[in-house]
Design a protein around this ligand. Structure first.
Ligand code: ADP
Ligand code: MG
Length: 637
């Protein structure tokens, strides 16, 4: 008996993703089975843990397993587990919407849809919806552990689903796929053929720790003994466990194939890409643990939107304890996926206990070191993979320059930065240093919003003219870490927009220049007193008349903007105006000043305003600037 069947619509993004699945030409549609088995396995993990933590929970955990039922006549495949199950609300939330994916990024990508299905599937890890690659109707029946009523959910993947509460169902979840007719005669995609299913489980899910069972026909040969009863061969049906259930992390790396690692990665990471690297660790002695970590090859689109969650699962003596175990991996390595199996923790260890646990801190420290050395290996020996790593995760990785002072030197060495040396290939600091010019003592960098803006900024002029390479740092985190990283390999990091720079111009007319411009400097200083703290002659300009410089220890306007965006007000303090003694506007102003000061203060303001505009800054009073400029231009006719 069931209550009224209710029809509902999928949430918009879910509908789009479903469309994609229904019409998928994804070359590897076999992977739907991995997704269903993976979900069933997660549900069994969760139930075991729930029963452990709540002794009053009325559940039977004596025979947790996954069943696969094949019906070649009805052309259905059912994947059933006796795990945690879902409540009605959970079915609506988890299956009817893309809770984890309801982000603007996802919506944008789906709308643009100029990427291939394959790429989109890879990025979003479509999970349950992948069933619609092979089924034209999917039924789900589930009862949550501890609840009396169950939920039936059905959909043809066409934008709507039906949901009903039903009185009775076994605890756990069963998912029945009504297979698409076009696959019926296609031997390679006949998911009702036992050999096919056995092959897929071996390939994708062999390591699953719960038994995956399937009914198989066994032919018992006729007995040749005299007086035996079975003189004819007989066919019996037996239930067989078809996965070998070995924990991959407990095996030495040499005994596991790349294929096995890949599928394991996909299971624990809920991902569809290939791992870039596999890190297997085994620690013996006081704290015994094994770890199997993966560097993915594709960043999740919510890398910067995960509330800082990391991707490592904690097991204790082969028993799943928790996912996203943030205590095991620093936040800047949140893209690392994997498993840590500790021998000496208690099975009912909680997050609160983990935060205090000394052993966990030790494990975290060695995992971090190991991951960093794996990245170092990519950098040294697999440049293409290192480049992939950097494009996908560099922005997150650089956060380590701030958050992990113990490993700062290593993180710095493993980082890459855009530079004036090459328009598209980022450089490491070591490579930068190797290209430094004779006598160059500092690593020059510029920070700002975009490469284009930086390249045309007045601050860079002399560096370009004299052939110095400058790092172009455009990520928000760059503004912050450069403040706290003083040097690399003994070479100080120096902003092109801060303090004094000595580019070794080597000309000794500087002093003469200074007296020649002394009056102008004093007058400008007085006139622009509200805006700048000092006016001086510049060595960094070749074509612009002026630029603004921050004190060596001052806060740049970009950094101040970032603080403001995060709700913190920091005073920017006045900056230094540097003027170009070679520029006609500057020499003209100097000469005009010698005869009269009339109207020249407007020109001084224009000089200051253009310096601000040229670095991409915004004027305090744009209307006033525009009025003065228009007035000046009018006088040119
Ligand atoms: P993911 O596994 O990456 O979270 P899926 O689309 O595979 O995404 O599944 C969505 C959610 O639905 C799961 O996170 C889980 O909460 C729930 N779910 C799916 N299958 C089951 C199942 N067999 N038992 C219990 N919950 C399930
Ligand atoms: Mg899943």
């Amino acid at each position: 008996m069931s209550d009224q069947v209710e029809q509902r619509e999928f949430q918009a993004e879910a509908r789009q993703l479903l469309q994609l699945m229904v019409h998928s030409i994804y070359s590897n549609k076999d992977s739907f089975l991995r997704e269903l088995v993976s979900n069933a396995s997660d549900a069994l993990d969760k139930l075991r843990l729930a029963a452990y933590q709540d002794k009053d929970l009325d559940v039977d955990t004596s025979d947790l397993h996954i069943d696969l039922d094949l019906d070649s006549t009805a052309r259905t495949l059912t994947v059933r587990d006796n795990g945690i199950g879902m409540s009605r609300d959970e079915v609506v939330d988890l299956i009817g919407t893309l809770a984890k994916s309801g982000t603007a990024e996802m919506r944008r990508k789906l709308q643009e849809s100029n990427e291939s299905t394959e790429e989109l599937i890879g990025q979003f890890g479509v999970g349950f919806y992948s069933t619609f690659m092979v089924a034209d109707k999917v039924d789900l029946l589930t009862r949550k552990a501890g609840e009396n009523t169950a939920t039936r959910w059905e959909s043809s993947g066409d934008g709507t689903y039906t949901i009903a509460t039903v009185d009775d169902a076994p605890q756990g979840t069963s998912v029945t796929l009504h297979l698409k007719p076009e696959d019926a005669d296609d031997e390679l995609h006949d998911y009702t053929a036992p050999w096919k299913i056995r092959q897929l489980v071996k390939k994708y899910s062999d390591f699953i720790s719960w038994p995956i069972r399937m009914e198989v026909e066994k032919t018992v040969p006729a007995s040749t003994e005299e007086g035996a009863e079975n003189t004819e061969p007989t066919v019996t049906v037996e239930t067989e466990t078809i996965n070998s259930r070995t924990a991959l992390w407990a095996k030495p790396k040499s005994e596991v194939s790349d294929e096995e690692y890949k599928e394991f990665y996909r299971h624990i990471a809920h991902a569809w890409d290939e791992p870039l690297d596999v890190i297997a660790m085994k620690a013996e002695g006081t704290f015994e643990y094994q770890a199997l970590l993966f560097i993915p090859s594709q960043a999740p689109f919510d890398l910067f939107n995960r509330d800082g969650h990391t991707g490592v699962q904690l097991y204790v003596k082969r028993v799943f304890i928790m996912g996203d175990c943030d205590e095991l991996m620093p936040e800047y390595l949140r893209f690392i996926k994997g498993v840590v199996d500790a021998q000496d923790l208690s099975l009912n260890v909680s997050r609160e206990i983990l935060q205090q646990d000394r052993q966990i801190k030790v494990i975290r420290r060695s995992l971090t070191k190991k991951v960093l050395s794996a990245i170092k290996d990519l950098q040294a020996n697999r440049p293409d993979d290192y480049a992939t790593f950097w494009t996908q995760f560099g922005r997150a990785f650089k956060e380590g320059l701030l958050s992990d002072p113990d490993n700062r030197e290593t993180v710095l060495g493993l980082s890459s930065f855009a530079s004036t040396f090459s328009p598209d290939t980022p450089t490491t600091l070591a490579d930068y240093v190797s290209r430094m010019r004779d006598g160059q003592e500092q690593i020059f960098y510029a920070t700002g919003e975009s490469r284009r803006l930086l390249e045309s900024s007045p601050h860079l002029e002399a560096f370009k003219a004299k052939g110095y390479e400058v790092l172009l740092l455009t990520d928000p985190v760059d503004e912050v870490w450069v403040e706290s990283v003083p040097e690399f390999q003994g070479k100080a990091l120096q902003s092109v927009a801060k303090g004094e720079v000595d580019l070794g111009s080597g000309d000794d007319t500087a002093d003469a220049d200074r007296t020649e411009f002394a009056d102008l400097l004093t007058w400008l200083q007085k006139t622009l007193d509200d805006h700048v703290k000092e006016v001086r002659l510049s060595t960094r300009l070749t074509s612009s008349p002026a630029c603004l410089i921050t004190d060596t220890f001052g806060i740049t306007p970009q950094l101040a903007r970032m603080y403001r965006a995060s709700g913190q007000e920091v005073p920017v303090g006045k900056r230094i105006l540097e003027i170009n003694p070679e520029h006609a506007l500057v020499t003209g102003l100097r000469d005009a000043l010698a005869s009269s000061q009339d109207g020249l203060s407007d020109t001084a303001e224009l000089l200051y305003g253009t310096a601000l505009l040229a670095e991409g800054g915004s004027l305090d009073d744009p209307a006033r600037f525009a009025a003065i400029l228009a007035d000046r231009l009018a006088k040119t006719f």
